[in-house]
Design a binder for this molecule. Structure first.
Ligand SMILES: Nc1ncnc2c1ncn2[C@@H]1O[C@H](COP(=O)(O)OP(=O)(O)O)[C@@H](O)[C@H]1O
Ligand SMILES: [Mg+2]
Length: 366
């Protein structure tokens, strides 16, 4: 004979309902609320005291989609659910996108004695769906931009060639060569934007090698010192001598730090400092389960420039976002891509009028 199963302690049911993170609401046969678990309180914004013994129809008055499901469940004694379309309005806070299922509660005789309502918060799922849609749009845009850039590049070369020939033909006629100079300069500017755009959208395989980050940073700083030789911007480079070579794509890493250091210098109006500090970040590791922690190298680019307003901060990595008259807005988008390709992280802290710090952390890959 099978041993009789001891019935579970009723307290267990209470504890389960108290702790489960899905909203659960039970109704008696008149549609009054007989159970309203803590998750239901969180989700709907009504307290247990406000909800218990109230008619569901009254508490959620006007929310026809929800009421339709509950009425059908109660009246017809069958399970019914809607996984897509319910927007739950709440006393405070924004409406929530939820899925709802209603099941009849049966008594010992098998008659409908009420209903139990299960709610699921879909807002997080909706956010993820939106993020995926945004990424899709961006990659579609990227593909279109890449195609367009390719088409523009050739005629642009033609225009530059013609302008150069024209300048040559005109000889030393000062006034007219001013025009050809403008033509050539502007064509070059468009060309730079097109090249940046192609860099951003092209997926060239990475050329991995052991990269000496100190050398790359040193070269960039030297170059920038020459470009800003008035002395109004003071560049300083502090390298941790113990940094071992890093496995990465040297060209891409150079472009990453050049973009950041140029931005830092461009943020400075009259006089100021740009500091580049690199060190091994002992406190910071990328850790994959079952693997040894990978140490990270951290490079900070600090400037005493104008800073970035809080409302701009979330947009600066978006392609084409720029606050500069002659900016392309592609620099930081490219930086983000290069950092991702190296499995690193980039973050920014900034305060208006004080300056900004861009921090790049890269793992030592083997
Ligand atoms: N160090 C910085 N200080 C202040 N603002 C910055 C800094 N770096 C980036 N920004 C802001 O982010 C925007 C986007 O930068 P970026 O993608 O490099 O494009 P661009 O330099 O062509 O404008 C800049 O226009 C600027 O407003
Ligand atoms: Mg830039």
């Amino acid at each position: 004979m099978k041993p009789r199963r001891t019935p579970p302690d009723p307290q267990l049911y209470v504890r389960v309902l108290d702790n489960v993170d899905r909203p659960v609401i039970a109704l008696d046969r008149d549609g009054r609320i007989s159970l309203f678990n803590p998750a239901a309180q969180n989700c709907t914004g009504f307290s247990e005291r406000q909800a218990l013994d109230q008619r569901f129809e009254d508490l959620f008055a006007g929310q026809e989609g929800l009421l339709y499901l509950v009425r059908s469940g109660l009246r017809e004694g069958r399970s019914i659910s809607d996984h897509e379309n319910i927007l739950l309005r709440r006393p405070i806070g924004p409406a929530l996108s939820v899925s709802v299922s209603v099941s009849p509660l049966l008594n010992e005789q098998g008659e409908t004695d009420g209903a139990v309502i299960l709610i699921r918060d879909l807002s997080r799922i909706r956010e993820l769906e939106e993020a995926v849609r945004r990424a899709d749009r961006l990659s579609m845009l990227g593909a279109m931009a890449a195609g367009l850039a390719h088409e523009i590049k050739n005629p642009l070369g033609g225009i530059r060639g013609a302008a150069q020939l024209l300048a040559h033909e005109l000889g030393p006629q000062k006034q007219l060569t001013e025009y050809t100079d403008v033509m050539i300069r502007e064509v070059e500017r468009v060309n730079t934007i097109i090249e940046e755009l192609m860099d951003l959208t092209r997926s060239r395989p990475m050329q991995m090698s052991e990269v000496n980050l100190g050398r790359i940073l040193g070269d960039i700083v030297l170059f920038q010192k020459e470009a800003h030789n008035s002395g109004a911007i003071e560049f300083s480079l502090q390298l941790d001598p113990s940094i071992p070579p890093l496995l990465g794509d040297a060209d891409l890493l150079a472009r990453l730090f050049l973009n950041l250091i140029k931005n830092a210098a461009e943020a400075i109006d009259k006089r100021g400092r740009v500091e580049i500090i690199s060190k091994v970040a002992s406190e910071f590791h990328i850790h994959k389960p079952g693997e040894r922690p990978v140490p990270m190298i951290r490079v900070e680019i600090r400037d005493s420039g104008k800073g970035i307003a809080a409302e701009e901060l979330e947009n600066i990595f978006t392609p084409f976002f720029t606050t500069k008259d002659r900016g392309s807005g592609l620099g930081l988008a490219t930086c983000q891509k290069i950092v991702n390709q190296h499995h690193g992280l980039i973050k920014v802290e900034s305060s208006v009028g004080v300056g900004s710090v861009f921090t790049v952390s890269l793992p030592f890959l083997r």
